[in-house]
Design a protein around this ligand. Structure first.
Ligand code: GAR
Length: 216
């Protein structure tokens, strides 16, 4: 039997999405294996999950102002060395250089804590509250050269409740992230999901809008 596709998980922080992906691999929901965890932060809490779970991991520090293209080439060499077939960004807080993104067409997923195209970038929970918006959530999307602008695959939506704070929203959004990211990664690992000429295909059909998962 062919070996399940290996994928990399790039992290910068706590790594709860890494844990959700690793759990989904372990219980068979994702037909793939985590071939490498890469953190740009030596102190990232997610590295503790990687060590505890016996996942291969490495730190590739990226100093502010460093040459991102050179870092991207180094990362690429690491990924090729581990026969990585696709890459997932899971709370990875650096912008990948355009050459790196172009080397992984249709093989680079990100999770972002907003209902893209609303609220690209940082502080999404605060911005939703400040704007008084009734809905919030998270999006899994293919990475393109423009930040948080690649084609969306699946979104988790939840209503903003009266009295919500940045912290309470972040916690509920993360619950959704841990549902939708393993789902999207399972589709990619199983060959059910593809990006062709900028269009997302799922199960042989083009997606005209992202799949939606709702949390009450
Ligand atoms: C997640 O909420 C993810 O959506 C966000 O960082 C958090 C990481 O949590 N990513 C971004 O903001 C990327 N622009 P985790 O380390 O517990 O997975």
């Amino acid at each position: 039997m062919a070996e399940p596709p290996g994928f990399a998980v790039l992290i910068s922080g706590r790594g709860s999405n890494l844990l959700a992906l690793a759990t989904a691999v372990a219980d068979g929901r994702i037909p793939g294996r985590i071939a490498l965890v890469v953190s740009d932060q030596p102190e990232a809490g997610g590295l503790d999950h990687a060590r505890r779970l016996g996942l291969p991991w490495t730190v590739l520090p990226l100093a502010r102002g460093a040459d991102r293209a050179a870092w991207g080439r180094e990362l690429d060499a690491l990924l090729q060395g581990r026969a990585v077939e696709f890459v997932t960004l899971a709370g990875f807080m650096r912008i990948l250089d355009a050459d790196f993104v172009r080397r992984w067409p249709g093989r680079l997923l990100n999770i972002h804590p907003s209902l893209l195209p609303a609220h690209r970038g940082l502080h999404t929970h605060r911005r939703v509250l400040e704007a008084g918006e009734p809905w919030h959530g998270c999006t899994v999307h293919f990475v393109s050269e423009e930040l948080d602008a690649g084609p969306a695959v699946i979104q988790g939506r939840l209503p903003v409740r009266p009295g919500d704070s940045e912290e309470s929203l972040a916690a509920r959004v993360q619950l959704l992230e841990h549902i939708i990211y393993p789902r999207a990664v399972s589709w990619l690992a199983a060959g059910r999901l593809a990006l062709l000429d900028g269009v997302v295909w799922l199960d042989g059909r083009p997606l005209t809008a992202p799949v939606i998962e709702e949390l009450p």
